[in-house]
Design a protein around this ligand. Structure first.
Ligand code: PRP
Length: 215
């Protein structure tokens, strides 16, 4: 088993929070992960390579064997919806809420389909179906908050942390759909084939996450 262990990370906000976690595992990248156009990085840890991907691409890479393990937000995992991924550790990072949000003082149309802007189309469809409503989703990749302001949609489904982005755009949070935080994910295959490498990592990260959660 001389193949390197491949660890997929999400770029963006979560990447900065991931660096201390890598240190905990004794994985030091040989160069900075941020501010580079590179996508694959060597580490000082013999046999571990890092991939830096778009957050939504971490689950498919891990599921399909492009990486053995990775870090992904629960929001992204709920949207991706795979039963081939294990989530052995809640890392207690990037905590936020998946919510619906609307213009202040506006209500949903009483009948008919609801127009929803979101990058979480599956999550939105499931949530509104549970409320007995069908939706016309518009998949957007960012700046969701604009869509209700220009009359494109009735409601958005997005992650909310401080709520400042909603407030700054005259929107307000409405229904809580789910809580999100970053998770360690491992493919079911790697859990078996690379367990001698991955189980000690799971143990360390569980302890690390519990100590952070308690502090
Ligand atoms: C997310 C989300 C909101 C914002 C919420 O965007 O889409 O716009 O954060 O955070 P707040 O409640 O603290 O204001 P992010 O900055 O992650 O960028 P993205 O649009 O690329 O996902």
């Amino acid at each position: 088993m001389n193949q390197p262990l491949i660890f997929a990370l999400a770029r963006g906000r979560l990447l900065d929070e991931t660096v201390p976690l890598l240190t905990e595992l004794g994985i030091e990248p040989t160069e900075s992960l941020t501010g580079s156009r590179k996508l694959m990085f060597e580490t000082e840890h013999p046999g571990v390579k890092l991939l830096v991907l778009r957050a939504a691409d971490v689950p498919p890479y891990v599921e399909r064997g492009g990486a053995h393990l990775g870090i992904a937000g629960k929001d992204v995992l709920l949207e991706y919806g795979s039963d081939m991924l294990c989530e052995p550790v809640d890392l207690q990072l990037s905590k936020c809420r998946l919510m619906t949000a609307m213009k202040k003082g506006i209500e949903l149309p009483a009948m008919g389909r609801i127009r929803v802007a979101t990058k979480y189309v599956n999550v939105a469809r499931r949530y509104f179906a549970s409320q007995g409503r069908q939706i016309d989703p518009i998949k957007l990749y960012g700046a969701m908050e604009l869509a209700p302001l220009v009359g494109l949609v009735d409601v958005i489904v997005d992650v909310v942390d401080t709520g400042n982005t909603l407030k700054a755009n005259g929107l307000e949070p409405r229904d809580l759909i789910d809580y999100s935080s970053a998770r360690l994910i491992v493919s079911r295959v790697a859990m078996k084939t690379r367990h001698q490498h991955i189980f000690p990592m799971i143990e360390k990260l569980n302890k690390w996450a519990k100590s952070r959660d308690a502090s």
